[in-house]
Design a protein around this ligand. Structure first.
Ligand code: FES
Length: 109
């Protein structure tokens, strides 16, 4: 059975920014860029730990890549693929989601 779990409204994530969420035992990160949304599990493929040191800060200083604060791994926002750092070639785990109007929800099975 799949469940739709509401996360937030799209208005709550400013364009070009990221946000972290905790849903039960699931830690998530969401990025909104050019009105596109991506949702990943907040676990770095390097050590399996959360990426951020500062709450809601998942982007590098240029705002064009997701960055792990622990050892600096860089991930392509669209694909979650690590292109630099200790886990290069691995990917963040994409979390299925749905957008209904202004509501962002994740899909859990
Ligand atoms: S834990 Fe993310 S780069 Fe090491």
């Amino acid at each position: 059975m799949t469940a739709l779990i509401p996360l937030c409204t799209l208005d709550e994530i400013p364009e070009g920014s990221s946000r972290g969420f905790v849903q039960g035992d699931l830690k998530l990160l969401v990025v909104k860029q050019q009105d596109k949304i991506v949702v990943y599990r907040n676990a770095c493929p390097h050590l399996g730990i959360p990426l951020e040191w500062v709450e809601h800060q998942f982007l590098d200083s240029s705002g064009t890549m997701i960055q792990c604060a622990n050892h600096g791994a860089l991930f392509v926002i669209d694909s979650g693929k690590c292109v630099a750092g200790p886990c290069a070639g691995r990917k963040l785990e994409a979390i299925p989601f749905r957008i209904d109007g202004n509501q962002l929800s994740i899909i859990r099975s």
